[in-house]
Design a protein around this ligand. Sequence first.
Ligand SMILES: [Zn+2]
Length: 177
Amino acid sequence: MKRKHVFIVILALLVGIIGTFCSFAFTKVDFTSPVKGSTKNSYSQDDFLSPRDGHKHKGIDIFAKSGTPVISATKGIVMYTGVWKIGGNVVLIMDPHMRYHYYAHLSEIDTHKFAVVNLGDEIGKVGNTGNAIHTPSHLHYTISNPFKLYSYDYKGAHYSIHYLNPVILLNEYFKTK
Ligand SMILES: [Zn+2]
């Protein structure tokens, strides 16, 4: 291949990669409440970063009957499913803005690693696995943004700048209902 052709191929690849990245990064990511049938009364307004034995609650709890479907709040890719000591049965999904959505205490996992999910796809069921074993069944839901370097829509201490308050998104979502 001539040098010029190599250059054109590399340029085309770069345009493709950057274009794909931009189309993901700059499109609006639609959002839904991750618990089927939930309402504004299913979670508390000040749950995010509320004190929990020795640390701050880096997400919110959405209460529902055990077995209620948990759905993906956005489209994305399942990065991890498994069993953690604190979270119990957990699912971790990366959305197109590279934010990580963490779904915990599931009674059952209904997806698998590297599955491509759409907004509203069922990924599990509400439960109380992990350290929620003595509390009423609920979904623990955290949105983190490990690549975010600054903060404008976050509250709390410096360590929390990578955590988004799901209450803001949920309130916005239920406003349109
Ligand atoms: Zn929680």
